[in-house]
Design a protein around this ligand. Structure first.
Ligand SMILES: Nc1ncnc2c1ncn2[C@@H]1O[C@H](COP(=O)(O)OP(=O)(O)OP(=O)(O)O)[C@@H](O)[C@H]1O
Ligand SMILES: Nc1ccn([C@H]2C[C@H](O)[C@@H](COP(=O)(O)O)O2)c(=O)n1
Length: 248
């Protein structure tokens, strides 16, 4: 593991009720698998914000909105009713009452999602929903693990634990190729690189690594090892907050 930065970057969730663990990183770095594992280990809720941008993209495509037309996307952005289930053992995503868990993972949606997520009206609406979900989970679930591209920077900058999860381009491509059962690891690597470039270069809330997020480099680590590290960081943050509260 290479680790840089401070894991216990903020006070949110450490001092108040319910901890917030924020995880960002490039495509295929292991954010979803790690976040679900950490949330399950601590009985927390889990929010996959990438699934929300995918759900918005699916709706646009389903309603023949040209996802390359930012104005058309912005005009329609308030229409889809997106409902996220936050149980880490069975997360769900519905749009207008339809289960789209599979439909949002198609190549068509994946190739359109960076354009849709670059539209400010889309981000404004989804970030507001994400903050509402975080507030509810802090009250009702004891905490939440939230993953995406702008969680440590925009959605929950005061999270008790902030992590920037990485892995080499080769490791990420190998993992994703195995997942989707393709032998063309080079094509997978190119697709991941393209999405990272688009997600890092947009004007509004690009994927960025901030100094106060801990960089966790996972190329040589198994999934359970990564989960254990993050659970350890969360426990440390909780202990630190408790000690601070006791000293006051
Ligand atoms: N530490 C690890 N070791 C080996 N495989 C891993 C590790 N972490 C995740 N994986 C596997 O890598 C693949 C990609 O992981 P995951 O979907 O969690 O990444 P992600 O960062 O959420 O991707 P995306 O941003 O594209 O949604 C999955 O098949 C997952 O099981
Ligand atoms: N907080 C977020 C989460 C995701 N996105 C965009 C960028 C990604 O390419 C896309 C899909 O995410 P994934 O399912 O691959 O994690 O959604 C974003 O802009 N901000």
């Amino acid at each position: 593991m290479s680790a840089q930065g401070n894991a216990g970057a903020g006070a949110e969730g450490a001092a108040g009720p319910g901890m917030v663990i924020a995880i960002d990183g490039p495509s295929g770095s292991g954010k979803s698998s790690t976040s679900k594992g950490v949330a399950a280990a601590r009985g927390f809720a889990y929010l996959d914000t990438g699934a929300m941008y995918r759900a918005m993209t699916w709706w646009m495509m389903h309603h023949q909105v040209d996802v390359g037309d930012a104005e058309a996307v912005a005009t329609a952005a308030s229409r889809p009713v997106i409902t996220m289930g936050t149980d880490p053992s069975a997360p769900t995503v519905q749009v207008d009452g339809t289960d789209v868990a599979q439909a949002i993972r198609t190549q068509e949606v994946t190739s359109g999602v960076s354009a849709v997520s670059a539209v400010p009206a889309v981000r404004e609406r989804l970030v507001a929903m994400q903050r509402d979900t975080i507030a509810r989970a802090r009250r009702e679930s004891g905490g939440i693990v939230v993953e995406g591209r702008d969680i440590t920077t925009v959605v929950a900058p005061d999270a008790a634990v902030k992590i920037y999860l990485t892995a080499s381009a080769e490791a990420r491509a190998a993992r994703r190729s195995k997942e989707v059962r393709t032998d063309d690891v080079e094509a997978t690597k190119r697709a991941l690189a393209l999405r990272d470039r688009l997600d890092s270069s947009r004007e509004d809330s690009p994927l960025t690594q901030t100094e106060d997020a801990l960089e966790l480099e996972t190329s040589g680590l198994g999934l359970q090892e990564v989960i254990d590290i993050v659970v350890g960081l969360a426990d440390e943050a909780a202990d630190g907050a408790q000690a601070q509260a006791a000293a006051q």
